[in-house]
Design a protein around this ligand. Structure first.
Ligand SMILES: NC(=O)c1ccc[n+]([C@@H]2O[C@H](COP(=O)([O-])OP(=O)(O)OC[C@H]3O[C@@H](n4cnc5c(N)ncnc54)[C@H](O)[C@@H]3O)[C@@H](O)[C@H]2O)c1
Ligand SMILES: Nc1ncnc2c1ncn2[C@@H]1O[C@H](COP(=O)(O)OP(=O)(O)OP(=O)(O)O)[C@@H](O)[C@H]1O
Length: 292
């Protein structure tokens, strides 16, 4: 299979921004545009229920769609990429949210995006994903995937956490502070950026370890490591949680271990061909804008 090309452009599966029934007329308009071009549209059950329609079970939709569409903000796209990961379908984000850094097709651009799709003028970017798991002290195991980041922090604001980090089975550092972010290059412009971590071009194969408000006078710098390095975290003394892409939370107790490595398959993000990462940095995050 050529991972850079769509196999067919006959069916699309949609997920809508949660708790936003006001999105219904926008979705209906977009569905019409898809159907006018001969693309069958399925809507995931939960999204359908939100707008009073009958939907398709999420798994069936992923199985049967040539590509998936998130109509919402970056959060809706992150969640769709994670949940649909086992089917490895290309995902495009139509921005009906605020920032739309990842979800980069605007509602107005949908007709032209569809024309370009049929002309072959699109790109599928392979983005590395985190494949992680938590081994509980009890022996239980929880697996997860992340497109942006895994954050180990305190469940209580203004309480500290102590996070021990090992890289390739070698104890490397103990982070004391608000937490530790393990970010992918895709996530480098999210929480990692706010915590002072580097912006990393999204096609780079690396992980970034960035402390959040480290309680230390010995500069706890962000660290970039190759994506094929295995990272292991555990915590001491304080309560902690691991948050996946800002959306899934797991309690971490003393004795639990969090394992982070690169997922076998990349996520596939479908973009307009002319999308340029540096323009997005400028337009959305005001990179280099002297008035900001
Ligand atoms: N201080 C912070 O900046 C902060 C704090 C907590 C979480 N986050 C980030 O929020 C992400 C979850 O996003 P959400 O939209 O579900 O939550 P959210 O609604 O809390 O929004 C967080 C903001 O980050 C933006 N964002 C998300 N992923 C991005 C990316 N890869 N590049 C640039 N901007 C991005 C979103 O558009 C939104 O404006 C987490 O993965 C985490 O990285 C940021
Ligand atoms: N499946 C999901 N599980 C948990 N939270 C979700 C899920 N999908 C979306 N969210 C959350 O819903 C909220 C709103 O969604 P979304 O991020 O798409 O829109 P937004 O905040 O308006 O846009 P943006 O993220 O681009 O600023 C976000 O906080 C997001 O994390």
């Amino acid at each position: 299979m050529n991972k850079d090309r769509l196999q067919k452009i006959e069916s699309a599966g949609f997920v809508l921004k949660p708790d936003s029934p006001e999105i219904k007329p926008i979705f209906q308009e977009i569905r019409k545009l898809f159907e006018e071009r001969g693309i069958r549209v399925a809507l995931a059950e939960r999204s359908a229920a939100m707008i009073g329609e009958r939907g398709t079970p999420f798994e069936k939709m992923c199985e049967e769609s040539d590509f998936l569409v998130s109509l919402g903000g970056d959060g809706t796209l992150l969640s769709l990429v994670r949940r649909s990961y086992p089917w490895h379908k290309p995902v495009v984000g139509i921005n009906a949210g605020n920032l739309g850094f990842l979800a980069d097709v605007t509602i107005e651009e949908v007709p032209i995006f569809l024309d370009q799709l049929f002309d072959g003028r699109y790109r599928i970017d392979c983005r590395l994903m985190i494949a992680g798991h938590i081994e509980k002290a009890s022996g239980a195991k929880v697996e997860f995937f992340a497109l942006n980041d895994v954050v180990v922090s305190s469940p209580i604001p203004s309480k500290m956490v102590i996070v021990n980090a090992s890289i390739e089975e070698e104890r490397f550092n103990t982070y004391r502070g608000d937490g530790l972010i393990i970010s992918t290059p895709t996530g480098s412009t999210a929480y990692n950026l706010a915590a002072g971590g580097p912006v990393v071009y999204p096609l780079t194969r690396a992980f970034i370890l960035t402390p959040v408000l480290a309680h230390s006078l010995t500069n706890q710098r962000p660290l970039v490591v190759p994506a094929d390095f295995a990272i292991e975290l555990d915590t001491e003394k304080y309560e902690a949680i691991a948050t996946i892409d800002g959306q899934e939370r797991y309690e971490i107790e003393e004795g639990d271990r969090v394992f982070i490595s690169v997922a076998k398959e990349d996520a596939r993000l479908l973009h307009r061909q002319e999308r340029n990462y540096f323009s997005v940095l400028r337009d959305k995050l005001h990179w280099g804008d002297r008035n900001w």
